[in-house]
Design a protein around this ligand. Structure first.
Ligand code: ASP
Length: 361
């Protein structure tokens, strides 16, 4: 398991984890890998993220940091409640994400960022690693908890992805809670849009070309902060993953990012891993990031740490694409690499205490 520690520390924590697993083992002589996978069959684990970005410890005030940490802990405990009582990984992922969606602190649900036109367009997806079934919604304006609608798409429709008005009609049909658009207004997200628009105006006036951020221009990764995601392993050995976001501040023309795209922002397969991503979505789509991590685990036999590192610290870094992932393997080991200065994240497994981190500590 890794909360984004250095390789040495990560290896050490992996060893501790194996010792913990071996301690539970009645078959002491099995190889490390084997006992890791077998002996956690009855255990559970959950990892969550609250987005990656350029926040720095020096500039984050203590109150805000405390609020993030408390909410992440609460989300881990919501997942624990489900998993400890034998609930499914899909239930745990939904419960953890709903809690984060209801908080104004994150760019998902209540705290979703604004589009160029001053609207909130929410995207979400969920995947069941036992069946490879998946559901997703994109560009919804009135759905309080998009993750729950994504789940309905997975379970109550023969389709995978519903967008815009159709998704909202489906929500109505399913009795999913709808809210007026004003529900999503938060001062923080609004101010962030205003500063983007002002920067655009300055760029148009030629005053500050570097700040231009039209559809194709590079954007600072501080924009990404706040997307939420969860991956979980239940006591049946089933993995699940989910992601929810308001996308990127100032996004235009019905832009959809990676979060509702299965294989890009979300993927789960019991044979390999569960992944939820956050960052500059276009790059995650082009590189099928979530799927590629699982494919590396499945076909190359890579560990979850190795597979996630290749994508986040090599492939994306080479493309100058900011972001990170949380990934869980079938034994409950987590990898949480990110190539930005911060990623809100947390991990909890059976018998453990919630671990929450923000910076590279
Ligand atoms: N990946 C999201 C998107 O591109 C943004 C984020 O993770 O913050 O829409």
């Amino acid at each position: 398991m890794s909360l984004g520690l250095g390789h040495g520390a990560r290896r050490a924590s992996r060893i501790l984890l194996l010792l913990f697993v071996a301690g539970l083992s009645s078959v002491g002589a099995a190889g490390a890998q084997e006992s890791d996978a077998q002996e956690t069959g009855a255990a559970w684990a959950i990892a969550i993220h609250g987005g990656a970005g350029t926040a720095r410890r020096e500039t984050m005030d203590a109150e805000r940091e405390r609020a993030y940490r408390d909410k992440l802990t609460e989300a881990l405990l919501a997942g624990k409640k489900v998993l400890e009582s034998g609930g499914s990984s899909v239930d745990a992922v939904e419960a953890a994400i709903r809690l984060l969606e209801d908080s104004p602190l994150f760019n998902a649900g209540k705290g979703a960022v604004f589009t160029h036109d001053g609207k909130n367009e929410l995207d979400s997806s969920i995947m069941d690693g036992a069946t490879l079934e998946a559901g997703a919604v994109a560009g919804v304006h009135h759905v309080k908890n998009p993750i729950s609608l994504a789940r309905r798409v997975m379970e109550d429709s023969p389709h995978v992805l519903f967008a815009g008005q159709g998704a909202e009609e489906f929500a109505l049909e399913q009795g999913i809670e709808l809210v007026p658009e004003s529900y999503f207004w938060t001062e923080r997200a609004w101010r962030s849009l205003q500063s983007r628009l002002e920067a655009e105006q300055r760029a148009d006036a030629g005053a500050d070309g570097a700040e231009a951020n039209g559809a194709n221009a590079d954007v600072p990764s501080s924009r990404y902060f706040g997307t939420v995601g969860a991956v979980a392993l239940d006591t049946q050995g089933n993995l699940a993953a989910g992601t929810s976001t308001g996308g990127m501040t100032n996004k235009q023309f019905g832009r959809i990012g990676d979060s509702p795209i299965i294989g890009a922002g979300t993927y789960a397969d019991n044979r390999a891993c569960a992944v939820s991503a956050t960052g500059h979505g276009e790059f995650f789509i082009r590189n099928a990031v979530a799927y590629d991590i699982c494919a590396r685990v499945r076909y190359l036999g890579s560990s979850i740490d190795e597979a996630a590192d290749v994508l986040v610290m090599e492939v994306l870094v080479e493309l100058e694409a900011g972001g990170g992932v949380i990934a869980l393997d079938p034994a409950g080991n987590a990898a949480m690499p990110f190539n930005t200065s911060a990623m809100l994240r947390g991990y909890l497994r059976a018998g453990g205490e919630p671990e929450v981190a923000i910076f590279k500590d």
